[in-house]
Design a protein around this ligand. Structure first.
Ligand SMILES: [Zn+2]
Length: 204
């Protein structure tokens, strides 16, 4: 059967105007087996290759989604614990949907770029682009400074108007009545863009 498909592909490729790219993109089904207390994904390298993505990026995603540890060994990925091929397939499908497929034209000819700390998926076929969404970004925003919360801050500088200035994540935080170099606990009163205004709770 493979021979027939190869012949058909070749035949179609010789007729101008017929594009066979869609049939070219088939994510290889994961080949897995257990080895002791680990699961080996035997064709990991091949999968990353077809997706045209960095092995480390794909691996990081899978480890995070599976909630386990693991490593890349040659063209294999090895995961702690027992995972079925179906589980791995569904994670890889999620990865493809999130990091590979263009949501405008549905094609896989894309690449990832970082734009102002946001990971974007850019399509080579149609030029469409979108931010990569979901989990990773949600985790980043969870860490960010929030109104009403108390943080321990190191005052790196004192501004012209006498407010202490601390940096946290992407935020510049202003805390009145503190000295440069001090470590303080401060409650965030207001956030405006990348600026946050806090009040002193405790000075150590
Ligand atoms: Zn596209």
């Amino acid at each position: 059967m493979e021979d027939y498909e190869a012949l058909l592909d070749r035949a179609l490729g010789q007729i101008p105007g017929i594009v066979t790219e869609k049939s070219r993109f088939v994510v290889p089904p994961p080949k897995t087996f257990s080895e002791g207390r680990t699961t080996v994904l035997d064709n990991f390298g091949e999968i990353a290759d077809v997706l045209n993505r960095d092995v480390d990026h794909l691996m990081k995603f899978l480890l995070q989604e599976l909630g386990t540890a693991g490593k890349i060994e040659g063209s294999r990925a090895i995961f702690q614990g027992s995972f079925s091929a179906d589980v791995l397939k569904s994670q890889i499908d999620d990865y493809v949907e999130e990091y590979v497929i263009c949501s405008e034209c549905g094609r896989p000819d894309t690449h990832l770029i970082k734009s102002e700390r946001i990971l974007m998926l850019r399509c080579d076929a149609c030029g469409g682009h979108r931010p990569v969404k979901k989990r990773r970004i949600r985790m980043e925003t969870k860490k960010a400074v929030q109104e009403g919360e108390v943080y321990e801050l190191r005052i790196d500088a004192v501004g012209r108007k006498g407010d202490g200035i601390a940096k946290m994540d992407k935020y510049t935080i202003f805390v009145p009545n503190v000295a440069k170099g001090s470590i303080v606990k401060a409650k965030i009163k207001k956030i405006s863009g990348n600026l946050a205004f806090a009040e002193l709770v405790e000075q150590s």
